[in-house]
Design a protein around this ligand. Structure first.
Ligand SMILES: [Zn+2]
Length: 245
């Protein structure tokens, strides 16, 4: 296992960079919220990140999911095995997480669309990280209230497009926005960094994703945590403008 990089980007908000995907830990007292969980192969890295912020799995109060692609929920079945921890996301994404439907390009489909070396390397990583599993998270349910009554009191912002129920999470007090794959700052398949959109083949509905981003520009805060790439510091309006350019 490679040890993930954990950065406290705001009080109690810890951004974790795994090998090919990010997740976030939000601590409040002893308890914490996990937002997304990496690939199946990131299970040990998730545990390592929890230890790095001085917590144990027993203190996990809730899991939030931006979207139910395998690189964001893959570790959860093993992580949560035998535990009564709520897994929350939008109503549509909860159905996706339960695998009532599946909106995900396979590594083969992606590789077939582009044989560039970076894409090939990424495809091999997906396979080695357990990314071809179709396993879901049966206990995923829809959140009801807003803000969510979990550590960090995140405000969900439903941003369909990347998947039909994709959801960003805003932490108004911390000034942090977790954007999942609606807006990223890099990806293993591209060299470019900075606010950007994933390639069209990764989105269920790329046009809808672009429209959804317009909700983000007016939010308060100056730290943006994407599903892929580095943390970004600046106004969300600028990030959205750069991503849509
Ligand atoms: Zn992703």
């Amino acid at each position: 296992m490679s040890t993930p990089t954990v950065t406290e980007v705001a009080d109690g908000v810890h951004f974790v960079q795994g090998k090919a995907v990010n997740w976030t830990l939000i601590t409040d007292g002893d308890a914490f919220t996990l937002v997304d969980g990496g690939y199946p192969g990131d299970h040990d890295a998730v545990l390592s990140s929890i230890a790095q912020v001085g917590r144990t799995l027993d203190q996990l109060a809730a899991v939030l999911v931006t979207h139910a692609h395998v690189d964001h929920i893959g570790s959860l079945p093993t992580l949560l095995d035998g535990r009564d921890v709520p897994v929350l996301t939008s109503a549509t994404e909860a159905r996706h997480a339960r695998r009532e439907f599946l909106e995900q390009a396979t590594p083969l489909q992606v590789a077939a669309a582009s044989w560039r070396p970076r894409v090939l390397r990424w495809s091999l990583h997906v396979v080695s990280a357990g990314g071809t599993t179709k396993a879901g998270v049966p206990q995923a349910t829809a959140f009801a209230e807003t803000p969510l009554d979990v550590p960090g009191r995140p405000v969900p912002i439903v941003t369909p497009g990347h998947t039909s129920g994709h959801t960003c999470y805003h932490l108004p007090d911390a000034g942090v926005l977790i954007t999942g794959d609606a807006l990223v700052t890099g990806h293993a398949t591209v060299a470019r960094t900075g606010p950007q959109l994933l390639a069209g083949m990764f989105h269920h509905d790329a046009a809808e994703n672009r429209r959804s981003l317009l909700q983000l520009g007016s939010l308060s805060g100056d730290v943006l945590l994407p599903g892929h790439g580095e943390a970004w510091h600046g106004s969300y309006a600028d990030a959205v403008e750069q991503a849509l350019a």
